[in-house]
Design a protein around this ligand. Sequence first.
Ligand code: PMP
Length: 289
Amino acid sequence: MAGAYDDRDGKIWMDGKLVEWRDAKVHILTHALHYASSVFEGERCYDGKIFKGVEHSIRLRKSAELLDFEIPYSVEEIEAAKYAMLAANGWTNAYVRAIAWRGAGDDMGVSARRNPVRLAIAGWEWGNYYGDAKMKGAKLDISKWRRPDPKTIPSAAKAAGLYMICTMSKHAAEAKGCSDALMMDYRGYVAEATGANVFFVKNGEVHTPLPDCFLNGLTRQTVIEMLKGKGITVHERHIEPVELAGFEQCWLTGTAAEVTPVGKIGDFHFEVGALTRDVAESYEKLVRA
Ligand code: PMP
């Protein structure tokens, strides 16, 4: 399957039923398009099973609540819809994108109470998110944009509006030959990449930013559990940018990114070391277990 994302063969689940890929459309006066009233999930199905599918569906409903809307489908219904979409496309290994948004309706101002909440679930086959960085270590730029204060925006929601600065950061990074950007938070602490959480290694111990103003990724939580299971000390704490000079290894975690080693952030270099490789391999095994 190839071609633009709106011009492919296949099925997409939309508002309760499977529709032809090219017919999965919305109206130009959709509230979400104007005011970012949209939340989504990125999931991966491995060998017929969506890794942490239920947790993703719970987070999707929670993100909507944080944006003051309720998805009119239960977690069980969302789960069934995801598997129906996968079956209709004949996929056992695919990326799954669920998205809920405020549609077009009687409101066209900022308020959206009278507009319907809609849900769609699409998917596609997606290989390594960072290409060959998986082996060599990704190169990261340092973004000029900062993750906002949770009093400014509901930063625990996986909401479309939060990605505006991510796209700008990623474009700037790509223009410099990097695959992604590391973002600091509103206080200046190290936060995360544009679609993945970050981990560092120093003297056999792991350090990762406290997710108090960005998404506490499901992959992040899985990897922390995994490390603790291996007897490795994990420090979840505020990390100052000056500390980057002292870290030996670094990797990113996310559903799309899985565990991706990082070789460089700005002028700081990291080795793709034994622990990084071990975590990446253990994660690959776990998602297919
Ligand atoms: N942070 C951001 C901004 C993301 O987009 C993602 C991907 N959903 C993550 C972190 C990692 O989250 P997860 O491990 O749940 O995919």
